[in-house]
Design a protein around this ligand. Sequence first.
Ligand code: CA
Length: 456
Amino acid sequence: MSDDHASHAISAYGSRINQTPNLDRIATNGIRMDSAFCTNSICAPSRAAILTGTYNHVNGVTTLATPLDNTLWTFPKSLQAAGYTTGMIGKWHLGHGPGADPAGFDFWQVLPGQGHYHNPVMLRPGGEIVERGGYVTDLITDDSVRFIDQCRDQPFALFCHHKAPHRTWEPAPRHFTMYDDVEIPQPATFRDDLVGRSEVVQATRMQMMDLHPIIDLKAVVPDGLTLDEEIDWRYQRYIKDYLRVVAAVDDGVGRLLDHLDDTGLADNTIVVYTSDQGFFLGDHGMFDKRLMYEESLSMPLLIQYPDRVAAGVTSDDIVVNVDFAPTLLDLMGVAIPEDVQGRSFAPILDGETPDDWPTSMYYRYWMHRDGAHNCPAHYGVRTRTHKLICYYNDPLDQPGAHGPIDPMEWELFDLVADPLEINNVIDDPAYSEIRADLGTELARLQAEVGDEPYPS
Ligand code: CA
């Protein structure tokens, strides 16, 4: 798993801006899931949903501020109990200390919090601090190779969790000059003025001009640029570092795949590549995630398992991050606890989508207008054809919020006619019936997962 790697920066997903030959190997050898979504597009909450198979109002990690209670059930705990040697290496980001350290792992060595790209420290059980020299993605890969070597004669489950390509996008020295001589294409919605979208979305601080020149872009803005020219310049600085950092992840994945091949483990090893959520790569003029728009909502999900999953196939079935835990347990023949909310999509990997497979998903982002991103809390439903989003705009949540706070605002997108989500048709009479149906579906899903409408 990587952190903030959007699927549109993976060539197997048709990236227009980079090549990821090693990630593409997983797609070539296995399945590419095209409708994998997170249920909350932010780091710690998505990680908690993946590990526990439950939504954030159940596992308690609704925001970045809450650690994961490490007494809760997670699927690595079941794997460990079933005889797998389990290892967690790299980004944990679910808290530290007695109640929050990684649990259910025979071995763990993780970054504190976000960690550093260069010469990071890592934490081990008992608060032991290990100083490391080198580049974080390479070190996590080194540790993962070593773990495999130590465990290869027994069943093992390795969680290789990269920090990259999370902000602040600091490349490995070998990638410092990559893309220097090219101009990266801008996305189709780069100049989206957000007209017609909710006021709180227009007030978010996730535009190119909200990037910090020194910290994020490692540069001083050149003199004499017009606003449009500066926005273009900022995009190139931003996206090139993002893609350089991705390049090291791709290198690391290649090393792991090579190692599985070389050791003869590849055929009966399940390899999953995903990211905790997507990311805006200049889409709608933005960086970051949080919003329920496609680029942020979508997770890359590539799975190879030569003994079972056909090579080079794709699926458009909707799966969500809470489905990962039951699916992996199912594939390994380990019992799935009753209170897991996700559902195993192993049948989809076998090429047999169940007749009653869900055709909609529920989303909720809980952090309301933090000072840095000013992104509103919201919930919504995505079907195979439409998306309904409710920004409930709680005026009591964030007294420091920037911009207007209006009563509840809604957005509705027709993903067939408008896949880029430019036209909010919430007030279009032609969509009144669809809006009503989606409202009903949102309420149904919210009740099904045990969440409640705002205010509650
Ligand atoms: Ca993340």
